[in-house]
Structure formats: structure tokens, C-alpha cells
Design a protein around this ligand. Sequence first.
Ligand code: HEC
Length: 142
Amino acid sequence: MHYLNRFIIIVIVGFILLAGCSEAQTDSTHSTHEVTNDALPVVPKNVQTPKELESGEGLFNNNCARCHGPQGSGTTQGPPLVHKIYEPSHHADFAFQRAAAQGVRAHHWKFGNMPKVEGIAQEEVVEVIRYVRWLQQQAGIF
Ligand code: HEC
């Protein structure tokens, strides 16, 4: 009788533990980056580049547009930079400097790696960033 009681208690405790485990929540808070092309923000067609951003635009067209497209709209070689994931709070200016200086290992998209950009100075990348931020603003990203 004594042993039987003990056995029953062990079985009950076992059930309680099992129930506790199966109730464990699955982690639904984990979020992955959205990399769909749905509803891509666009720069309005008729918008005129301000004078002070023209050199940044030229630098962008010469060094980045080959892959990132006219006005950062993306190509088959690279992602659009006018995209929510590249807004300042997700990819701060240093991410642009690092991309130009060191290249980027593919992680958000399936375009492959970005090679470092030869022959562009840090001050020139600053101008490129200003231009891209302006484009992002025109598209209403931030
Ligand atoms: C040869 C093609 C190519 C050129 C030229 C190029 N990029 Fe990229 N870039 C890419 C690709 C591809 C990616 C995406 C990598 C990935 O999957 O996240 C990328 C990603 C980036 C990112 C995101 C970095 C990060 O931390 O995720 C920035 C910022 C960027 N490029 C800026 C630039 C700028 C500025 C220039 C011009 C100075 C430029 N790129 C020129 C192909 C290019």
C-alpha cells in the first residue's frame, strides 16, 4: 500500500510535468526580414533632383546604379535601396560606407555578394548617401 501510494504520486507528478512541457509556447516572436517586392515604394516620376544633390546623383549613377538601378529602384544585379529595409533606422549611414569600402556578403537577397566599390572616396559616399536618403524620403519611406 505504501509503495502503491508512492507510485501513484510519481505518475501524477509525471503527468503534470508532461502537461507543463506540452503547453510550452512556440517562439512566434522571431521575425525574419521581409524581402518581397510587393508594394515597393517608388519615387514620384516628375520629381526634380535638388541642385545640391546632383553630384551625389552623378556619383550614384556612376558607381551604384549598375546594380541598384536608376534612382535606387533595383536591377537584376542588386536590390532597390529605395526600400524599407534600407531606411536609416535599419541601415544607418555607416552601413553604406561599409558596403562601399568592404562590399557586402549576400544576406538579405539572392543577388549574390556586393563587391567593394573601387575608386570612390569616403566623402563621395557621404554625397551618395545624402542622395539615397532623399530618394527614400521622396518615396515616403521615412
Ligand atoms: C556589382 C553590383 C553592385 C554595385 C556596383 C553596388 N552594389 Fe550595393 N549591393 C549589391 C548587392 C547584390 C547587395 C545585396 C547584398 C545582400 O544580399 O544583402 C548590395 C547591398 C548594398 C547595401 C546594404 C548593405 C547591408 O549592410 O546590408 C548598401 C547600403 C549598398 N549596397 C550600397 C551601395 C552603394 C552606395 C553603391 C555605390 C557606391 C553600391 N552599393 C554598389 C550590389 C552592388
